[in-house]
Design a binder for this molecule. Structure first.
Ligand SMILES: [Zn+2]
Length: 379
């Protein structure tokens, strides 16, 4: 089913709007927390459901990792339990990736047919094909699924980028043909092309020609600088339709989010807030804060007095420092609650800034607070 973005307001190329699905609608720009194995690490879907931003809004959409779910517990098991929504107890929107990103990080044997890899769970060999990725994601049953693409590392030679682009295009054609659950599940195409502007534009044009339900830009934030990333992103977006959602995959540091939004991106996902939480690193309006620092041992201040999250409302920095220093799992949970509240509130602030035509002013503030963090995961 084709997803459309109804634009409410614009500020330059940035836009706010509503994406409609059979499940309902979600607002854009949107940040999708990553529920790796059917659960956000360190946090239940019940907690995610009850989490509220500064404006009192809840999370719209959760991402699930097909690589993990297809291996454990297996897509058929998830389907037997009613699909990902029933399985995880999450009633908001859900998106699954194709599994390709994780598979390609395992240095698989890639042929025209697909990618053969060894499972990180038990060493067994598996073949992931474009058709297989679609079938697995149909069983998982998210509202949005992604095609299997080829993500080249950066830097890569033009030959490697071209090969990834061609294979991504061929696989996208096969994925589209294999997708039968079209009544309640959208299938997004993915633009590749590395950091080469001409390849990005070509890949976007060829992906759009296949007429997908929405479009993603993949293979960025994989080691290149932001100065290399943004022109490639711009080139891709310039060839994508303006009435459908655009998703920048795996990019979620604050500067990259606001720079992506400023170029017309609507959807983001990243493990950054949850991964940083695991290490006791907190996101704040003034940049990163490492709660393990000795200076917080006797602090009775919350992380951020203005934050509406349950952690800031109930616990002082001294307790969080104590639990984090000892590696208590409760610290991971409390830091995750704060970090996700912060990033969802941050994207909410971006939406407000676009509506009030002051995105540039917010950009300046975000750069001042976060300039030290690159487009990677920052830890
Ligand atoms: Zn908080």
């Amino acid at each position: 089913m084709k997803l459309t973005l109804e634009v409410d307001s614009t500020d330059g190329a940035a836009r706010t709007g509503v994406v409609r699905t059979v499940r309902g609608e979600f607002r854009a720009p949107v940040f999708m927390p990553v529920g790796t194995r059917g659960a956000i690490r360190g946090m239940s879907t019940h907690e995610l459901s009850s989490l509220r931003t500064a404006a009192g809004m809840r999370a719209d959409i959760l991402l699930g990792n097909t690589y993990h779910l297809m291996l454990r517990p297996g897509a058929e098991t998830v389907a037997a339990l009613g699909g990902l929504h029933e399985f995880t107890g999450w009633d908001g929107h859900m998106l699954t990736d194709s599994g390709g990103y994780q598979v390609f990080s395992l240095e698989p044997r890639v042929t025209d047919e697909g990618a053969t890899f060894r499972s990180t769970y038990d060493g067994d060999t598996h073949l992931l094909t474009p058709e297989g990725a679609v079938a697995i994601q149909e069983l998982l049953g998210a509202d949005i699924q992604m095609v299997l693409d080829v993500c080249a590392p950066l830097p890569s030679s033009d030959r490697v980028l071209r090969e990834a682009l061609e294979r991504t295009a061929a696989w996208a054609t096969r994925a589209k043909a294999a997708h039968v659950r079209t009544d309640d599940q959208a299938l997004f195409g993915i633009v590749q092309g590395g950091d080469a502007v001409d390849l990005r534009r070509e890949s976007a044009e060829r992906t759009v020609a296949l007429d997908f339900d929405g479009y993603a830009v993949g293979g960025l934030s994989v080691g290149e600088t932001r100065e290399r990333m943004l022109p490639a992103l711009e080139a891709a977006i310039s060839a994508l339709p303006s009435d459908q959602p655009r998703y920048l995959m795996g990019v979620g540091d604050p500067v990259s989010i606001i720079e992506g939004v400023a170029r017309g991106v609507d959807m983001f996902d990243c493990v950054l807030p949850t991964r940083l939480a695991r290490h006791g690193t907190l996101l704040t309006d003034h940049g990163r804060l490492n709660i393990k620092r000795a200076e917080f041992a006797r602090s009775d201040d919350p992380i951020d007095p203005g934050c509406p999250c349950a952690t800031c409302q109930n616990y002082p920095r001294g307790l969080l420092r104590h639990l984090s220093s000892l590696g208590e799992s409760t610290a991971h949970n409390l830091c995750t609650i704060h970090n996700l509240t912060w990033i969802l509130t941050f994207v909410e602030q971006i939406r407000s800034a676009i509506e009030e035509s002051r995105l540039d002013e917010l950009r300046t503030r975000v750069h001042a607070a976060w300039s030290q963090m690159g487009p990677g995961l920052g830890d």
